[in-house]
Design a protein around this ligand. Structure first.
Ligand code: C2E
Ligand code: MG
Ligand code: MG
Ligand code: MG
Length: 281
């Protein structure tokens, strides 16, 4: 009996492994197809100042699957990274964001910049800077209107190369933010070596900042550190007025989160959040 059970267990194990592999393959070919068929779209989440006015926005990818509907990035970004498709996907995101920037600028809608997420794999491409430069040139945007969000994990493998790439991006006119800041475990020394513009406090700290003393300390420390290094600081995942009050009191002046707005389609950002200068409608 126990033998039989053992055999069953093994065959079940094999089956589920096979199934997982199949699912993986299927999702991968779906992802390739989705790129060809342009099933992706960008949502934008406003980044606001202390008055709740939008100053910039973050572009966030969505997969509009013809059968499954809207698929969140957590479901396909990891796979896109594993398969290398992230490079193509990332290029699409950059050019799509640049096209939106261009369109909005032509309509006199003002904003400081649009932030675009760049995965570690994408950033580590040897010709990443050339890729970005080509996209920015083709779209004819003001490169100062483009900010790249990088996570700590992708930056520490080869510090010298990272610094060099960042310098060249900065020279092109782009700015760089460190996303999910505080969740990586790299040396703080790189903070001074990298030509950064912004630190983005991870939402896990922001989320229960008002009832978790250690998160309170982490957030406060990041804000002070950014201040001392001359970097802008923004809090992500802001969901309540209490969080805003705490962050303001600690000196954080930029916010992003459901409290202000969920990510919205480009047209909705333009209609509800983007303004012409001097209050002109
Ligand atoms: P992220 O860059 O840290 O983006 C912030 C995520 O937090 C977004 O999830 C956003 O919708 C969500 N969020 C914003 N405000 C709140 C809030 O108040 N509460 C909560 N609970 N969540 C909030 P999303 O859009 O699902 O994206 C998840 C992650 O997927 C992103 O995290 C980013 O790492 C990745 N991602 C998204 N778009 C792209 C892309 O175009 N390229 C790459 N490489 N990665 C992307
Ligand atoms: Mg981000
Ligand atoms: Mg983030
Ligand atoms: Mg995050």
């Amino acid at each position: 009996r126990s033998k039989a059970k053992g055999r069953n267990t093994i065959s079940f194990f094999d089956y589920s492994m096979q199934e997982a592999a199949d699912r993986h393959l299927q999702l991968e070919s779906n992802l390739r197809l989705a790129l060809q068929e342009q099933q992706f779209t960008l949502y934008y989440q406003p980044q606001v100042d202390a008055n709740g006015e939008m100053v910039s926005a973050e572009a966030l990818i969505r997969w509009l699957h013809p059968l499954q509907g809207l698929i969140a990035p957590s479901e396909f970004i990891p796979l896109a990274e594993d398969t290398g498709l992230i490079v193509q996907l990332g290029q699409w995101v950059l050019s799509e964001a640049c096209q939106n920037i261009k369109r909005w600028s032509e309509q006199d809608l003002t904003f400081r910049h649009i932030a675009v997420n760049v995965s570690a794999k994408q950033f580590q491409q040897s010709d990443f800077v050339e890729q970005v430069a080509a996209i920015v040139n083709n779209s004819q945007i003001d490169p100062r209107q483009l900010m790249l969000e990088l996570t700590e994990s992708g930056l520490i493998d080869n510090i010298l190369q990272t610094v060099e790439k960042m310098r060249r991006l900065k020279k092109l006119g782009l700015s760089i933010s460190i996303d999910d800041f505080g969740t990586g475990y790299s040396s703080l020394a790189y903070l001074t070596a990298f030509p950064l513009s912004q630190l983005k406090i991870d939402r896990s700290f922001v989320n229960d900042v008002t009832d978790n003393r250690s998160n309170e300390i982490v957030v406060e420390t990041i804000i002070h550190m950014a201040d001392n290094l001359g970097l802008e600081v923004i809090a992500e995942g802001v969901e309540t007025q209490e969080q805003v009050d705490f962050l303001l009191q600690k000196g954080c002046k930029l916010f992003q989160g459901y409290y202000f707005s969920r990510p919205v389609p480009a047209q909705e950002l333009a209609a509800k959040w983007l303004r012409k200068p001097n209050g002109l409608v």
